[in-house]
Design a protein. Structure first.
Length: 541
């Protein structure tokens, strides 16, 4: 099934009778030298009929005091070395710019012009806020992403404190100031996995923040109700870094990049690969104890990850991502599980592109598999014609998108598809957004986006880590906990507490970290069937 090309597959179809668009103003420091993430946001706003990008408000002194020359030099070098991007070419903003009202905040009639613009809210992109008396006139206040405060006229230190501290994640908060004299209130938050450098982390979280912001603006456009969360947690890195901190960071960055360069060279030479091993035991999603598991070790010719169990005619099979140390892509392997050993049976599915996450399931008399095929830019479902080694392509969906680690399940008489799409400009990333769709089962001829897509945002919880389990009416979703700069650092068991066309809510009931056996640096997938469970764990980073 191909969705319309002018709409991202995670967005909601337009209502038959749309509301009056939200009139949005944006407070910037310069309406000429805009960053990629800002231009991408403007294009998204202009493409969506729920929004009217009505005004650019220019602040002549948006950042206050300058930072030291040392801070400026390190931040600029970091950006040039680790966060260079091709310039974003706008598809709508350049043409629309002349129609968007430009208001210079220093002009005497600025307040009158802002009032005349009839704005519903202002998105603040600079540290300096609008005057409180102007904010109070906005029905939905002034919205700010937390990283906007972390800049001077010559430097941006977003992510620097987290990288220095080896923090598990960098938090992004979206707040609203309603001009009532109270502290800003929190609208939404998300946590993202830090990158090797602060500048790269900053570029990444800014791009991801566009997705978070668009989701919350869509919610407001449809409900006209501003929902707020409990108060903000304490934050680090709000002040400019000191000379000592920037020196520590520079030395740390040299060490990290040297290690990464050596590792990259070894992998290109076929001398090293990300090595995963499997662990299995007795138990289910509610009660498994990985400390009691037994290892099913890899070999150089067969490294296994993303295992799925499947009981067929009284025997337990395991399907898995399979590759050798020197391989550039993986295929789907299958074996028979006996005790704590796998008897390899061969290759189930192989293609020209990388394959992983072989989600296998039964529907009626048929057996299906939905492996990850994001390099083909679509979802594929395969039907088994001779178990376990012969499969034929049965259905495709989300053509032209980038879906990863997809899973299907039934809930209250409806089929649901959960997948990790990457809505991006510079950073293709499948760990930060979970999208939900109502579908008609393995046919995938009907795919309806959830009203609140993406239903989960954040690297520590969003990415699927196995199938969804229904246990006595309770839904459990394994998810990856990507943290400390490590892909697949840990594993969460999420409980889906609410799932309908208009709502999705889940909570983490358990987190498994890579400390249940010695020598592990990650664990990122879980499955169980027939009273047994299996998970993978990472031996090298």
């Amino acid at each position: 099934m191909r969705l319309p090309t002018d709409r991202h597959p995670g967005t909601r179809p337009a209502r038959a009778k749309a509301r009056t668009p939200l009139r949005i103003g944006v407070l910037v420091g310069d309406d000429v030298r805009l960053e990629n993430w800002q231009l991408w946001l403007f294009d998204k706003l202009l493409a969506d009929p729920r929004f009217d990008l009505a005004a650019l408000i220019v602040h002549q002194n948006p950042c206050g005091e300058r930072t030291s020359r040392l801070v400026d030099l390190v931040c600029q070098a970091d950006r040039l070395l680790f966060a260079r991007q091709p310039p974003y070419r706008t598809s709508r903003f350049d043409d629309a710019r002349r129609k968007i009202t430009r208001i210079d905040l220093s002009e005497k009639d600025a307040a009158v012009r802002i009032g005349d613009a009839g704005l519903d809210l202002v998105l603040r992109h600079v540290p300096a806020p609008l005057p409180k008396e102007l904010v109070a006139t906005l029905p939905f206040g002034e919205w700010t992403l937390s990283f906007t405060a972390l800049q001077s006229p010559t430097a941006d230190w977003t992510g620097l404190a987290e990288v220095i501290a080896h923090a598990a994640a960098i938090d992004v908060h979206l707040t609203v100031d309603r001009g009532r004299g109270a502290a800003p209130e929190r609208v939404a938050s998300a946590s993202f996995n830090p990158k090797i450098s602060a500048a790269r982390t900053a570029a990444f979280v800014k791009e991801k923040a566009v997705v978070l912001l668009m989701r919350e603006l869509a919610r407001l456009a449809e409900t006209r109700t501003l929902e707020v969360l409990p108060p903000l947690p304490a934050r680090i890195g709000q002040r400019p870094p000191t000379g000592a901190e920037i020196g520590t960071y520079a030395a740390q960055l040299v060490r990290s990049t040297s290690r990464l360069a050596l590792k990259t060279l070894r992998r290109k030479a076929g001398l090293e690969a990300a090595v995963w091993t499997l662990y299995g035991g007795s138990g289910s999603v509610e009660d498994f104890d990985p400390r009691l598991s037994a290892e099913i070790p890899p070999t150089r010719a067969s490294i296994r990850a993303d295992p799925f169990l499947f009981i067929h005619e009284g025997q337990c099979y395991v399907f898995y991502e399979d590759y050798a140390v020197s391989d550039r892509k993986a295929h789907i392997g299958v074996g028979r599980l006996s005790g704590n050993t796998i008897e390899p049976l061969g290759t189930a599915i192989e293609g020209d592109s990388h394959l992983s996450f072989p989600f296998v399931f039964r529907h009626g008399r048929d057996i299906f598999m939905m492996p990850e095929t994001h390099q083909k830019h679509r979802i594929e479902i395969w039907r088994c014609i001779d178990f376990p080694l012969k499969w034929e392509l049965h259905a495709t969906a989300l053509e032209g998108s980038s879906p990863a680690d997809s899973t299907l399940f039934r809930h209250q008489g409806r089929w649901w598809l959960l997948t990790n799409l990457s809505d991006h400009f510079a950073f293709e990333d499948h760990c930060s957004e979970l999208y939900a769709f109502e579908v008609d089962g393995p046919k995938l001829s009907r795919v309806v986006p959830h009203a609140r897509n993406p239903v989960v945002i954040g690297s520590s919880v969003a990415r699927n880590a196995g199938r969804v389990f229904n246990r006595s009416g309770r839904l459990f979703r394994p998810s990856q906990n990507n943290a400390y700069g490590v892909y697949g650092y840990g594993l969460n068991i999420m409980e889906i507490q609410e799932l309908s066309h208009e709502a999705y809510r889940e909570t983490c009931v358990r987190t498994i970290r890579p400390d249940f056996k010695p020598g592990l640096v990650g664990c990122h997938h879980f499955d169980s069937d027939g009273g047994r469970y299996i998970l993978d764990a990472r031996l090298t980073s």
